[in-house]
Structure formats: C-alpha cells, structure tokens
Design a protein around this ligand. Structure first.
Ligand code: CA
Length: 571
C-alpha cells in the first residue's frame, strides 16, 4: 500500500469512526459508507469530493442506468504556469444493487477536457453499459476542464503530463479507495476500456499502471499519437497537392473519387477470403495484390467518373504509404488499402467533417500538435481550423519537436503520450493481466498498421506474448465504429473470461448495426454476422459456403491456407 493510499484510508476511517460514535482505541473496520458521507473522504491527499448523491435508475439519452451513487471530485487542484486553474476531474458511479465487485475505467477521447458521464461506454457493444453490468465506473477529464478541442492546456507542463498518463494513474488509485470506502472492500477485478485517445490511455495503462489493472481493452488506440499528428499534417499536404487554387481537400476528393478506390480494392480483394460478400477479410493479402495505379482507372478528362486523376492518385499513394521525413524515413505507419475508406467515418476524419469544411484530422490534429506535442509549443494561429499550420509544417522540424524537451517541458510528447516500453509488458504478464487490442482496418485516424507493427514487435520480444496480449482487426471499420463493417461486438465478456476464467479469446462474433448508413447503403441484411479473429488469423469462408449471411460459414484462417480451429486461433 502506498503512502497516499494509507493516508486516504486513515482519513476515511476517522470519518467512519465519528459517524459510528466510536471512541475507543480499536481501529474501526471500514464499514460501508453512505453515498453522502463520501463528500468528506480523503481531502488530505489532494482529493476533493465535490458531490456525492444517490441517483435513481433512469435514462440519459441513449444510456439507461441502474440506481447508483454518483461521486464527483478533483485531484491536485493548482494554478498552472499559464495562470490557469487546473485539477484532475473525475466522476465515479457506484451501483447500489448487483454490484459485480469490479472497477471499469472508461477512457477519454480526443484531447479530453470534458468529464464524460461514467456509465461505462462499451464502444462497440450493441447495447448496455458497464454500470448496468454491475461495474463501478470511473472517468476523468484528463486534468483540464477546458472543453472539447481546447488545446491551450498544452502550455502548462503538468497539464501535458496529466493528459498523457498522470490523470489515469491518480484517478485509478482514488477510485479504488472510494470503492473500498463505499462497499467496505476493494474491487475484485479492475478493467480499463477505451477507444481512440482512450485506447491510447489503455495502452499506456498496460505499461505504466499494469499493477492496477487485470484486463485492458484498447480499441483503435492512438498509439504513437504525436507521430499520428505528424501524419495528419502530412495527409493534409498530400491532399492539397491535388487541389486547385481555392479548393479544399473535400473539393479535390469528392465522395465518388474515394468510392472509386474502395470499389477497386473490393474488386481485387473481396474473393481472397473465399467469398465475394462486400467485405475484404484478408486485409494483409489484399496489400500484396492491390495496386492503385493499375487497379483504379486514370481519368481521361474532367468529366470522367469512377476514376482518379494522376494528382489524386499521387496524393492517396502518399497518404497510404505513410508520412515521410525529407530523408524518406518513415515518420508514421502506412495505412492498409481497405474498402472501408468509402465509409462516412473515414470521410469525416480524413476529408470533410461536415460541420466545418475541413477534415477532423485537421480540426483536432493541428491544435494537438501545435500546443500539446511540440516543445516548445508552436502555438499556431488556429483561426482557420489549423489548415495553414498543417500545410506549412516542416515535418522534419516537427518530428524533432515531438521528442524534444527544454527547461520547462522536461518530458517530450513521445515520452508522456506513449507507453514507455510497449513491447515489454512483464508486469502485466507476471500478474496474469490480459490486454486485447482491437483495430478497424479502415481507421482514418490511427492506422491499424501501427497496431500490427506493435503486436509483431511484442511477439518478437516475447514468443509467449499471445498468452497475455491479443490483437483483433475489424475489416472495414472506421474510427471506433461505423464503416461498411460488422462493427458491433461485445469484447468485454471475452476479456473477462480470459482474465477471470483463463479462457483465451477465440473467434468473436460481430454483427452489423442496422441503422448504420454504410450498411444500409449496401443492402446488407441486419442479421449479417462474421467472426473477428485473433491476429494474424482472418475470417475465411468455407468452400461450401452457400449462405453468405451466416457467420457460421466462416472460420478463422491463420493465413497458412488451413482454416484454423478455435484452439489454433488462440495460440
Ligand atoms: Ca469477402
């Protein structure tokens, strides 16, 4: 038990003693607290509980929830070097009945800055949330309450560290203390689940805070996020090479142009998995056979359709080939060719956010790089949404800036944003912890190739790594969700089964969201299912597959030509 935790529990014990009228010298047992009593908990360790109240069962938008105790608080409130007030905000929801004795840390998103309701977002599950499943759920604002997409917190060094890793570390310990106070015992198991920046937090937790978590689920993780921010600037520079004067990426790349590429990928690769069903399951095999130049017609005139101009091809080849330094050295991962690029989510992030005439990768990525990841902070003018900053960025200088430190910013962005030693997860392994990484192969923000590279490096470092870490690719899924894909699946019970019952993940059934516009546009039935397979396996149709809408006709193939049994897929 660390010192701060001991102080925290001592502080609670004194409260409990006063409430119980105890006056003798016997240390009181930690009697379960009432919800309201938690307001007085542990103020001595920099923790301030600002509210604690009973919430009856109800509904909040799409989320329903059981009766619970909702606790809000702050940790380490302080004034930053920029004169702003900072604190690590958190929200903890404690179910009253059918408590599963488990903690669920709900990861954040983007540049954080908001306290999302801690219902326990399951990201890809068709319905429900962790709170309904009996978990105590906690969330954090990442150490700054500035609101969505306000990146000025990057001017304060500690706020950078809180966003990178410290908020997760601090909030986890406090949440466990509050749980112990409320229920009279610590959680039996602790899980971290997040997507995007929350997936990055999950990867960081697997490395920095493996002693705190039993199961970790990282979805479309912003692994190497500062490098991804360089790639976002690279993408903008590439897209604009195909733009006429006055045009933006959305003008240079109308939806039909991207659809032409997606259709060509599909035409070339759909059958590689044994069935032309509109899904390329053999993503790796597709990279070996698809050629942009040869497989997509080059437009012969301004009115040609289902084709790309030479300039458009050059830009897309640059993007999918990965960001490069002036020397030609890779600055970020490649992106796989995948028909999911025709999805609305791909366009939203990569080409046109819709609510503004720029991609979200510009609207979010420029500010994150210019204020949070560069040292010293570039502090660009973002009045134009970040377009000019990305277009004018010297990528060589920016690549140096994300690994730079100075007298004020003593940890570089790559140090505070990424797992310290991502291919050495000995703490997680030795305590029996498990990590599942899920990545959509048409994620336009963080490349699934980056997750594949990490996983292959992990296996190279530790041949037994699959016994505690597994990667699942979701063909054609966009960022966290969406795309023409079977992107509805429930990975939490898979992780629970692995952690608590020792059942290694096998094929995981996935289905479609019948309201997903990318599915509706393709006329897929709402009953379509496919197995998600542990990497490097992928779903392959059996030779006798007669019903393309039955996921049972697919099996996980290791890529060696032999359909894998479940046991083989687990290895
Ligand atoms: Ca197929």
């Amino acid at each position: 038990m660390n010192i701060s935790r001991r102080i925290a529990l001592a502080g609670w014990s004194l409260l409990a003693a006063a409430a119980n009228g105890c006056t003798d010298d016997e240390p009181p047992s930690p009697a379960p607290a009432t919800c309201e009593d938690l307001v007085g908990w542990a103020s001595s360790e920099g923790v301030s509980i600002t509210s604690a109240s009973e919430v009856p069962a109800g509904v909040d938008g799409a989320q329903s929830f059981p009766a619970h105790c909702a606790v809000s608080g702050e940790i380490d409130a302080r004034q930053g070097v920029d004169g702003q007030r900072y604190a690590i905000g958190f929200e903890l929801r404690l179910p009253r009945d059918e408590y599963a004795e488990r903690l669920f840390f709900q990861g954040g998103g983007g540049t954080d800055g908001v306290l999302n309701p801690a219902y326990g977002d399951l990201v890809n599950a068709a319905q429900g949330n962790a709170l309904l499943r009996g978990y105590a759920v906690v969330s954090t604002d990442g150490g700054h309450a500035t609101g969505v997409m306000d990146v000025r917190f990057g001017l304060d060094p500690q706020a950078r560290l809180d966003y990178g890793y410290n908020a997760v570390g601090r909030v986890t310990v406090v949440a466990k203390g509050l749980i112990e106070a409320f229920y009279g015992k610590a959680p039996r198991r602790s899980y971290f689940v997040g997507c995007s920046n929350g997936g990055r937090q999950a990867m960081v937790a697997a490395s920095r805070f493996a002693d705190q978590f039993d199961g970790i689920l990282a979805i479309d993780p912003g692994f190497n996020l500062p490098k991804a921010a360089l790639a976002q600037a690279w993408d903008t520079q590439q897209l604009m090479t195909a733009a006429a004067p006055g045009q933006l990426p959305r003008d240079a790349f109308p939806a039909a142009a991207i659809t032409a590429v997606a259709d060509a990928v599909l035409s070339r690769c759909d059958g590689l998995d044994g069935l032309a069903d509109g899904i390329v399951h053999d993503t790796a095999g597709c990279q070996d056979v698809f050629e942009l130049d040869a497989d997509v017609p080059t437009c012969s005139g301004p009115d040609a359709t289902a084709c790309l101009s030479t300039a458009q091809k050059g830009a897309l080849a640059g993007i999918f080939g990965g960001a490069k330094a002036g020397s030609g050295e890779s600055l970020y991962a490649t992106f796989p060719w995948d028909p999911g690029i025709a999805g609305g989510g791909w366009r939203f992030w990569k080409i046109d956010a819709g609510f503004a005439p720029l991609p979200l990768n510009t609207l979010v990525g420029a500010g994150a790089l210019g204020y949070v990841f560069s040292t010293p902070p570039d502090q660009p003018d973002l009045a134009d949404g970040g377009l000019a900053y990305q277009l004018g960025l010297d990528l060589d200088a920016a690549a140096a800036s994300i690994v730079a430190t100075d007298g004020l910013f003593t940890e570089s962005a790559m140090e505070f944003m990424t797992p310290p030693d991502p291919t050495r997860l000995a703490t997680l392994k030795d305590r029996g912890g498990k990590l599942i990484v899920v990545h959509g192969s048409a994620d336009p923000v963080f490349s699934s190739d980056d997750s594949v590279a990490w996983y292959r490096a992990l296996l190279a470092e530790d041949a037994a790594a699959a016994s505690y870490a597994q990667l699942f690719l979701v063909p054609q899924m966009n960022h966290c969700e969406g795309g023409p894909a079977t992107e509805r699946f429930d990975m939490l019970p898979v992780l629970e089964g692995w952690v608590e019952d020792g059942v290694a993940p096998g094929p995981v059934e996935s289905g479609v969201d019948p309201a997903n516009p990318d599915v509706l546009a393709r006329g897929w039935p709402s009953t379509r299912t496919r197995p998600l397979c542990p990497y490097p396996a992928y779903a392959r149709a059996s030779a006798s597959a007669a019903d393309s809408e039955d996921g049972g006709t697919f099996a996980c193939d290791t890529g060696a030509g032999e359909p894998a049994t479940t046991a083989e897929a687990r290895r």
